[in-house]
Design a protein around this ligand. Structure first.
Ligand code: FES
Length: 78
């Protein structure tokens, strides 16, 4: 435990290590970095990080995987 600011920073860092694209093991922080560097579309993210380009086609067994999360991140960045 630290100050509220330290706790918030720690939570943010831990969050950035969460894997968004399971197929290619792309972490949330990698996608955030691509957005910070100018990625604005799903295609931009795919080219910059390979997230969303795995063998599941962003879906598996009818369950959508990484694409909705990436789109939500792009929406929040607007
Ligand atoms: S989980 Fe992202 S392409 Fe499969």
């Amino acid at each position: 435990m630290g100050s509220p600011e330290e706790d918030a920073l720690r939570a943010k860092v831990l969050d950035s290590f969460k894997v968004v694209c399971i197929c290619n093991k792309i972490k949330k922080g990698t996608i955030e970095k691509a957005i910070a560097q100018g990625a604005r579309t799903l295609g931009d993210i795919k080219r910059a990080t390979r997230a969303g380009t795995g063998p599941c086609g962003a879906k598996r067994g009818g369950v959508t995987r990484c694409t909705p999360v990436i789109k939500e991140m792009l929406e929040k960045a607007r």
